[in-house]
Design a protein around this ligand. Structure first.
Ligand code: NIG
Length: 412
């Protein structure tokens, strides 16, 4: 009656409760999970598990939880920027490097030059690395093409990745990343209509920053995007304070990402609008900035706080979910429970995926089996993955450092 049963757990943390963070975790002590046809068919205490001759995964006394969701990445790109890392180690800042022709522009050159298939293949190892950290769903942006055909190429590469590896990708078009003459008009007149027509993205993203795009430009582009069925989201208050969170709230943005320089008024605006805050603490570390996003104040104000790796070649060259969780606790003031919800329930909310980031009967069998007894170990074991096995749609896709199966491989 079942295909697969996961048993002998310390607890199954469903992330399917309501209320305070500890209640949302809704763990089932000594729980078991039964899977049929890629969905969760049964969930409860192992003592009540109906008998079956299904295949068994023995969790060996460890905890089990939902597949993680990474709600903000730029993991499709050409080239790399290790030379800029070296320059930052010598004391140059991210903005200084960008002003001298480096930064996002460098990746734009390499991305424009790369064939679509090379972009997709280049992202596969990064996705396998995310998978090894328990990620079964991730957002991926364009934003390194910044001309119509190159943006479309990036989005097609993102779409093709669904057939190359198991992590489910949700695409965002990021037309407002760096500026050049005439680009805004091309975005409005050509890029966004073509993206919407080919259904290449769910979200439309913008980098609102002194050195990138203004609030008025963002308002203009997001009005068009919304009219075409694309959901607004945005990078705000990352490098400087600019009332970006207030803008995200005003525009009904799904998310406000980064927020290192958010003001008290910005926190209050997000709390009123229901916008999800997506924090990227590895970017703060990687850029040698000192100011981390105020996760504690955001959570206390009632803002749902999600976390992301922000995997990208310039400001966060990492897929390390454990490190993000640790920094979220140590530098942003979240509790381990809030950090875990940041990659489960709240991350799924950021991507408007009601079935992801939680375990429930009838839901997708995206399940992680860990090597530790509690979610509390995840941020505590600094930067080290505690993941033993990852299932996507009920298929074992990753186990202790090796991909054992690619789900539905329809490669080109
Ligand atoms: O989210 N802030 C803008 N975009 C990226 C950085 C991209 C890059 O430097 O290549 C971010 O941090």
């Amino acid at each position: 009656m079942f295909d697969l049963v996961i048993r002998n757990t310390s607890e199954v943390v469903t992330c399917d409760g309501q209320g305070r963070p500890e209640a949302v975790l809704a763990p089932i002590p000594r729980g078991a999970v039964a899977i049929k046809s890629g969905r969760i068919a049964w969930l409860g205490p192992e003592a009540s598990l109906p008998p079956s001759d299904a295949e068994v995964i023995d969790a060996r006394g460890s905890f089990v939880g939902p597949g993680l969701v990474d709600p903000h990445t730029h993991l499709v790109f050409g080239g790399e920027r290790s030379a800029e890392f070296e320059q930052r180690c010598e004391g140059k800042t991210y903005l200084e490097i960008a002003e001298r022709g480096g930064g996002i522009k460098r990746t734009v050159e390499a991305t424009r030059a790369a064939p679509e298939r090379e972009l997709a293949y280049g992202a596969v190892p990064r996705l396998v690395s995310l998978l090894s950290h328990g990620v079964t769903t991730a957002e991926a942006k364009s934003g390194y093409g910044l001309e119509v055909n190159a943006e479309l190429k990036m989005l097609r590469a993102i779409r093709s990745l669904d057939g190359l590896q198991p992590v489910k990708l949700i695409a965002s078009v990021l037309p407002l990343h760096t500026r050049h003459d005439g680009w805004l008009e091309q975005v409005i007149d050509e890029l966004l209509p073509r993206v919407a027509e080919a259904k290449l993205a769910k979200f439309c993203d913008a980098f609102v920053e002194k050195t990138a795009f203004t609030a008025d430009e963002t308002r203009r582009v997001m009005a068009v995007a919304r009219g075409l069925g694309l959901i607004p989201r945005m990078h705000v208050d990352q490098l400087t304070a600019g009332a970006g969170a207030e803008l995200a709230a005003e525009l009904g943005s799904a998310t406000a990402d980064h927020l290192e320089h958010i003001s008290e008024a910005g926190i209050a605006a997000l709390a009123r609008s229901g916008t999800v805050a997506v924090l990227a603490p590895t970017s703060t570390l990687f850029l040698r900035e000192r100011k981390y996003a105020p996760g504690r104040a955001l959570a206390d104000a009632g803002v749902p706080v999600a976390l992301c790796t922000n995997c990208n070649p310039g400001s966060s060259m990492t897929e390390n979910v454990a490190l993000v969780m640790a920094l979220a606790c140590l530098e942003c003031g979240l509790t381990p429970a809030e950090a875990y919800l940041g990659f489960t329930r709240h991350a799924a909310r950021a991507l408007q995926l009601p079935d992801a980031g939680r375990l429930f009967v009838g839901g997708p069998a995206d399940v992680v089996v860990y090597q530790c007894t509690s979610y509390r170990t995840l941020p505590y074991h600094l930067g080290v993955s505690e993941v033993r096995q990852v299932l996507k749609d009920g298929l074992l896709c990753w186990e202790l450092g090796r991909v054992v199966r690619k789900s539905q491989h329809h490669g080109p």
